[in-house]
Design a protein around this ligand. Structure first.
Ligand code: NAD
Ligand code: LMR
Length: 329
């Protein structure tokens, strides 16, 4: 192969999202057909056998781009040399719960993993946090990794982004590929603010094609509560679509976002964008260039968008207070 192998660590590898995610990474979707991948799978001891079974299936697939698969129940070993770390392993919510209800159960996973990444990963490590509540778990992990720049800890908001694109496309009778410049501000929670203010459909402003009552009564609540709707209908939390989101977020980070578009990225706020204070992980409009995310600045913020951003700042500051009181930060 033309390129040197990259190392990808995936936590929760025997879980539902892991089952979809691993095969697509092994097949070259994130790094391309010329870059071999070594996978390091992290699981908890009771799931080690299931992880071994997944590794057997990966071997059976004989992907050209998959060189090695190793399985660990020790985070320090699992993150050794990782160039990309996908933190998926965490409990999913059940019907009737909000994602923030998982803070106590899942928060404790992300400090030790952040430290293990800090101590063992490659210098260029990129981190995508999927386990819920994703934004606040990303904050916990970043805080435990003082040697890694905070902006390398991203929360997965790509699924919210693609949900918003899909709802708008269905409404206006367009293809997903016709839609550009969607953004979902804030938290991967029901507070999120899916925003079509900058979006275009085949080059036309999306806002000229839909009315405000559809946006406020259907689009925004539908996108924000889609995870709960999936749990209700499917009987389990989204998995394959979540894997698609993690793949798309990682692929763009590695290969760059398409010219003339932006996406939504859950990024550690340094306090310099859109009035979002420092020290929370927030969904922003972003582009990836040369392996780094940049917030797209200078978008005109309407009063409604401002209120949406502010509500999310408040919610994320409240989550931060809770994890602080639990001793997780
Ligand atoms: P799952 O229960 O099917 O799998 C989770 C796996 O994680 C299990 O195999 C479990 O053994 C493992 N695990 C638990 N603790 C671990 C630890 N400390 N280290 C390593 N592995 C560990 O759950 P799932 O459906 O794959 O979902 C995983 C997480 O992703 C959940 O928190 C879910 O809410 C979240 N999620 C987030 C998004 C998003 O858009 N950000 C979308 C869907 C799901
Ligand atoms: C989702 O958005 O589908 C996931 O975060 C799972 C959930 O709990 O909603």
């Amino acid at each position: 192969m033309a390129n040197a192998p990259v190392t990808v660590t995936i936590t929760g590898a025997a879980g539902n999202i892991g089952y979809s995610l691993l095969f697509r990474i092994a097949e070259g979707t994130v790094f391309g057909p010329d870059t071999p991948v070594n996978l390091r799978l992290l699981e908890i001891p009771p799931a080690m056998n299931a992880a071994k079974g997944v590794a057997m299936e990966l071997a059976d697939s004989a992907f050209d781009t998959l060189y090695d698969v190793d399985i660990f129940d020790d985070a320090n070993k699992a993150f050794e040399g990782a160039n990309l770390a996908l933190l998926v392993g965490a409990m999913p919510r059940k019907k009737g719960m909000e994602r923030a209800d998982l803070m106590e159960a899942n928060g404790g996973i992300f400090g030790p993993q952040g430290k293990a990444i800090n101590d063992n990963a490659a210098d260029d490590v990129k981190i995508v946090v999927v386990g819920n509540p994703a934004n606040t778990n990303a904050l916990i992990a970043a805080n435990a990794a003082p040697d890694i720049p905070n902006e390398r800890f991203t929360a997965m908001m790509r699924l919210d982004h693609t949900r918003a694109i899909s709802q708008l496309a269905a409404k206006v009778g367009a293809r997903n590929e016709d839609i550009r410049k969607m953004v979902v501000w804030g938290n991967h929670s029901a507070d999120q603010y899916p925003d079509v203010s900058y979006a275009t459909v085949g080059g036309k402003p999306a806002a000229s094609l839909v009315d405000e009552s559809w946006l406020s009564d259907e689009f925004r609540p539908r996108v924000a509560k889609r995870g709960a709707e999936i749990i209700e209908v499917r009987g389990a939390s989204s998995a394959a679509s979540a894997a698609s989101g993690a793949i798309a977020q990682s692929r763009d980070w590695v290969q760059g976002t398409p010219e003339g578009d932006f996406t939504t990225i859950g990024l550690y706020s340094d306090g310099s964008h859109y009035g979002v204070p420092e020290g929370i992980v927030f969904g922003f409009p972003g582009v990836a260039k040369n392996g780094a995310w940049e917030v797209v600045d200078g978008l005109k913020v309407s009063a409604a968008t401002r209120a949406g951003i502010d509500a999310n700042v408040k919610a994320l500051l409240e989550e931060r207070e809770i994890i602080t009181s639990l001793g997780l930060l």
